[in-house]
Write a protein that binds this ligand. Sequence first.
Ligand SMILES: Cc1cc2nc3c(=O)[nH]c(=O)nc-3n(C[C@H](O)[C@H](O)[C@H](O)COP(=O)(O)OP(=O)(O)OC[C@H]3O[C@@H](n4cnc5c(N)ncnc54)[C@H](O)[C@@H]3O)c2cc1C
Length: 497
Amino acid sequence: MVLPIENPVKSFWIEGAKSPLRDFRSTPELPKEALDVIIIGSGYAGATMAYWLNKFARDGETPSMLMLEARDVCGGATGRNGGQLRPHFYSRYPPWSERFGADGALKLIQHEVAHIPAFDKLFQDEGIAEKVCFKKGETFDAAMTQEAWDRLRGAYDMMQKDHGVDGDVIRECRLIEDPKEAEEFTQMKGCLAAVVHPTGQVWPYKFVHALLQIVLDTGNLNLQAHTPALTVSERDADGLITVTTPRGSVKAKTCRWTSHLLPEFTKLIHASRGTIAAIKAPEGFIKHTGAQHWDSVVNNYHLQLPPPFNSIILGGAKAVVIHKPETFVNNDQEDIQFEGVPEFYAGWPARDVIGWKGEDPAPFEGTVEEGGVWTGVMSSSIDAFPFVGPVPDKTGHYVASGFTGHGMPRILGSTAHIAPLVLSSLGVPFETPAAAAIFPPLPEPFHVTAERIKTLQQLEPKEKHKLAMEASLESAKKPFAKQPSLPLAMSALAISA
Ligand SMILES: Cc1cc2nc3c(=O)[nH]c(=O)nc-3n(C[C@H](O)[C@H](O)[C@H](O)COP(=O)(O)OP(=O)(O)OC[C@H]3O[C@@H](n4cnc5c(N)ncnc54)[C@H](O)[C@@H]3O)c2cc1C
């Protein structure tokens, strides 16, 4: 994947927001003069980078910034995701502690968890919480099988054993082991047990557009939609980096990349495709955001938007897609739907949610073609951790990429780490804003060291993709995933009949 593909299917987040910034260009031509910073990509990483650079810089010292976006503004993963600001409170503890030890795993978790108060503070300070549909609350991991419960409960127990019942994160998690109580809390039919912990949710596209508007209003950002960066040079003798685009080239002292253009990262970051739907629902129908788990591969996740929107945003559909893993592993076909998935989503509320009475013949917000169901591409890192910081041996180049389908509770803290590094390199005095001060130091596994790059370049992506496909096909043999598309398609047809 070098550039995002053209004509992605429509997404409710983008269509529903009706933002005036969608195709925005600050100036008809690209700037002729050299800038301080060029930011490539206007998604969550690019927008928060611009926001922090403006926020950290002392008054009047904000660097001049240019943002290049290949598509419409925020037309990539952030405009097509599940909207869940849902930290891994405990569920990844076993693999992370195995790789990084008990403390290393806890630091990764604490960094994610800090995103909820940091978002809260940022939105309060900017007065945009309501505008971007930000909500805090509780979420659950619902075990739909004993296999899933053994895994979730095992992760919880392991973390509690290592860090004590009063460990600062595990204290915020609780178990519901009685199936009746679990069904009642989660509203999920057939839920055996659940783990509950704090979470957040946001309209990701509106959040990005709101931050960009704040920076645009300062006059320090030039935003250029539909302007892909084609090449990026090393720093020249004048200390400038040249970025070429089909509309001409631009120069800057520093550059924040999307990684697809960097040869070092070609083998390290690959595409994987996901899917989401926006389902019409009565106000306040879903009490808590949550995820259903059948095994470590098959899951769904959902949230409900506050009024006046009220849509349920549902993702996953793994029970359908695992039958054809080549349609999502190392796949960037954002211009097509997954076969059988719109039908699966249409049937989900009646099939899985207790008390669902909706029999709307048109269950989505708009038709499938108008953005009711969509696909999106995640940048997956070969070691499952993002690449954040200065690019080794490339002075003035920074990267924040590879958030592996889980960027919401990782990116704000990652770009808050990079902003002071960029400002220092430009000689701009800075102060840490209150929202950024909430983050603990960037977790070690996120750092972009020459050693990490070298080690990972020795891995064979094809092998990793093969393993992921084999795991999917193994799950596809299990009873809960057997030929789901036929009965599910029929249930959707029944709804629309
Ligand atoms: C279907 C789906 C569901 C997801 N659900 C969740 C979720 O619920 N919770 C969660 O935490 N995470 C989720 N994620 C992951 C999350 O959306 C990402 O981690 C996050 O949005 C990444 O932000 P980004 O800025 O790095 O990427 P993007 O938002 O993709 O931004 C990168 C931008 O760069 C542009 N670009 C690329 N190349 C160039 C170029 N050469 N020149 C100019 N512009 C370029 C792209 O068009 C894009 O707009 C999901 C992702 C998908 C696809």
